[in-house]
Design a protein around this ligand. Structure first.
Ligand SMILES: *Cc1c(COP(=O)(O)O)cnc(C)c1O
Length: 418
């Protein structure tokens, strides 16, 4: 992307951005929560909508001059509802964390209990990690995997915990879990104990929109929270979707504004509308299915090479690999070796990890960004092989980096995404 004014007026800042543009073009991005957005999305983000204050919701604002902002937000809402089969959508949350905080505020009183996925089994910080302020306000109890080699969730333990703790919310969703959940079981347990069922689809929203993963609303989930910038391939932001209940949707709207946030970032909302429009296009179904096919191609290589994957493999866009057991190196060293080879991913705790968060046993990676670049099964398998060679120290990082660069240059970021 060109930045003619920035280049002239602020060369120092321009240089940093130009460096990042080059890094993204030349390296291979395997962080499963990252992606490349389209030029159309970027254009919306760069628009003059950033100049406007629009506190409130379409038709009910606290400032004048809302003729066009109302059109923008209404389009985003309509497209979001269509994409996920929701009756209501709030597109104002500034990020996934904000969406979750607003959801808690909408549904809970201080001291209430949430039953969520154990963080070391794949849950997210905002699902009740002790370092968040959320744990000073609400009470979080946990469920996890019964079998780490297959990824099967312990639904019996979840039911027992739900009956004992009487949570107001049963929260599904994850940042580092590679399997489909049994959504029916979540909804059944929530109904048995009178809890509201919420799925945080932040990581897999694009797979759901592209019909490469099941939609929790089809199983009766009450609410979904999400980010818009991961597999969904939109701008950085969040969203809250309500399947059916007008009463819940009203509480959500009040919690987002004025409960938690100030003026909505209308340029981001416009970019969300653009991304949702792209995701409604039939080509997005091909994209989402290719993400999963590419993960499967990587999984096959790791299986052949006898690499230990948490949950035994993957049904979605990400793989969690046990570097310590498989290669005798910690996650931090694995991350840094691959980084030097031009492959970007992150170290990650694995279930029952014997090592510390700063240098855990695992690494986490995925295929959404590579798939946007046009990588298919053959190239994905090639990267998996290369990763094994680097991690086993059979190939040094400099040699690997040449190969990575060749692969990256052969699959430039498509013009409409550059
Ligand atoms: C990424 C993520 C979030 C937080 O999103 P931010 O935009 O970084 O605030 C919340 N929940 C889950 C499950 C996530 O993966």
């Amino acid at each position: 992307m060109e930045f003619p004014f920035l280049e002239k007026e602020d060369p120092e800042l321009f240089a940093a951005i130009a460096g990042e543009e080059k890094r993204q073009a030349e390296g291979l991005e395997l962080i499963p929560s990252e992606n490349y957005v389209s030029r159309a999305v970027k254009e919306a983000m760069a628009s003059s909508l950033t100049n406007k204050y629009s506190e409130g919701y379409p038709g009910k604002r606290y400032y004048g001059g809302q003729e066009f902002t109302d059109q923008v937000e209404t389009l985003a809402i309509l497209r979001a509802k269509k994409l996920f089969g929701a009756a209501y959508a709030n597109v104002q949350p500034l990020g996934g964390a904000n969406a979750n905080i607003a959801m808690y505020m909408a549904l809970l009183s201080p001291g209430d209990t949430v039953l969520g996925m154990d963080l070391s089994h794949g849950g997210h910080l905002t699902h009740g990690h002790p370092v968040t302020y959320l744990t000073k306000i609400f009470n979080f109890v946990r469920y996890g995997m019964k079998n780490i080699e297959t990824g099967e969730i312990d639904y019996d333990d979840m039911r027992r915990a739900a009956k004992e703790a009487r949570p107001k919310i049963i929260l599904a969703g994850f940042s580092a879990y590679p399997r489909e959940l049994d959504y029916g079981a979540f909804v059944d347990i929530a109904r048995e104990v009178g809890a509201i069922s919420v799925m945080d689809i932040a990581h897999i929203a694009g797979l759901i929109a592209g019909k490469a993963a099941k939609n929790p609303f089809d199983f009766g989930f009450d609410l979904m929270t999400t980010t818009t910038h991961k597999t969904l391939r939109g701008p950085r932001g969040g969203m809250i979707l309500t399947r059916e209940s007008e009463e819940i949707a009203k509480r959500v709207d009040k919690a987002v504004f004025p409960g938690l946030q100030g003026g909505p970032h209308m340029h981001q909302i416009a970019a969300k509308a653009v991304a949702f429009g792209e995701a409604l296009h039939p080509s997005f179904v091909r994209y989402a299915k290719q993400i999963v096919a590419n993960t499967k191609a990587m999984e096959r290589v790791f299986k052949e090479e006898g690499v230990r994957m948490i949950a035994g493999g993957s049904d979605n866009h990400l793989i969690l690999l046990d570097a310590w057991t498989s290669f005798g190196i910690g996650g931090a060293e694995a991350e840094s070796l691959l980084d030097r080879a031009g492959i970007t991913l992150n170290k990650n705790m694995i279930a029952n990890d014997t090592r510390k968060p700063i240098d855990p046993s695992g690494i986490r990676f995925g295929t959404p960004a590579l798939t946007t670049r046009g990588f298919r099964e053959a190239e994905s398998a090639q990267i998996a092989h290369l990763m094994c060679e680097v991690l086993a120290k059979k190939k040094d990082a400099t040699t690997a980096k040449e190969e990575v660069k060749t692969l990256a240059l052969a699959h430039p970021i498509p013009e409409s995404f550059a």
